[in-house]
Ligand binder design. Sequence first.
Ligand code: ADP
Ligand code: MG
Length: 329
Amino acid sequence: MNDQTPKRLGGSLVERAVAHQALIQRQAAQQPAPAPSAPAPLPRHDIPPFGAVEAPRAPLVRPEPVAPVDPVAQPAAARRRIAIDRKKLADHGMLVPGAVITALAEEFRLVKRQLLTTARQIRADGGAGADDRSRMILVCSAKPNDGKTFCAINLALSLAAEKDVEILLVDADFAKPDVLARLGAPDGPGLLDVLSGGVKNVEDCIIDTDVPQLSVLPAGTRSVADTELLASARAAAILDGLAAANPRRIVIFDSPPILAASPASALASHVGQVMLVVRADRTRESELRDAVGLLDGCEHIQLLLNSVSIQPNGRRFGSYGAYYGEPDQ
Ligand SMILES: Nc1ncnc2c1ncn2[C@@H]1O[C@H](COP(=O)(O)OP(=O)(O)O)[C@@H](O)[C@H]1O
Ligand SMILES: [Mg+2]
């Protein structure tokens, strides 16, 4: 697509797609990435005011050495298994495994085809760790409530119906971990517990579901150092190990919002592709630019227009919206 003229976001589906695509192409071709905005501070109660209170001097305790991580995780001893609440999925307007094919299901088929095609392209391009990276996808958006969890779960359910794959859905929105609750299942120890060294083997936190080929990894217990934990070398080994542990596994991360929390950029540097959810009529052009700039650790960013109700040529396009491809192609 050669159109480089600035366009307003709005208008028909096609106009929106062209406008977004042109925006990202311009940014990639002509402009330096926007300066990353400062990470949002943690809530006050998480950070004691520096130097405000003289803490009682604690006896010197040598920290427990953190066990080295084997990048290829060990198989879990015996996995927990949950039943996904189909009624809850239906009540939230989401895909329901085994139900009749809906417009939403068709739309997610298109989305997953595009992601699988890009995964093949990443593998064909080669390079260090290309195979593992090609099987890691980050579902991200500029702000909270744009539909990341909605899209991540629907994508995971759609991909789980493919042959010869196993889908691992990781709840990585540490501030607002919703995946397990949205599936109607109890939470448990998860990624943060492994990153902090509280749990040694990440595979022990993975929970199987009653949907064939779909398992989930909860977010785990929060600490004030989530971002630092995620940016550590130990985290790199654990995250990359999720894909390396199983060549059939596709890992989908339900990400924190990129403009509200810094862990999203740390996660983006591990994955092969980012699916950037754009909430129709809510995400601003400037937010989209900033989000793409902060995601520059990943080469393949796909835009996904969520929650639109448009009728191109009289055909209803569903509440989910339109997928219109990769901005850097
Ligand atoms: N396309 C959609 N159709 C119907 N409901 C949606 C859609 N996208 C998001 N929602 C709803 O909007 C709310 C916020 O979405 P959510 O996925 O939790 O956002 P995020 O994970 O980005 O914070 C949820 O109640 C979700 O079910
Ligand atoms: Mg969410």
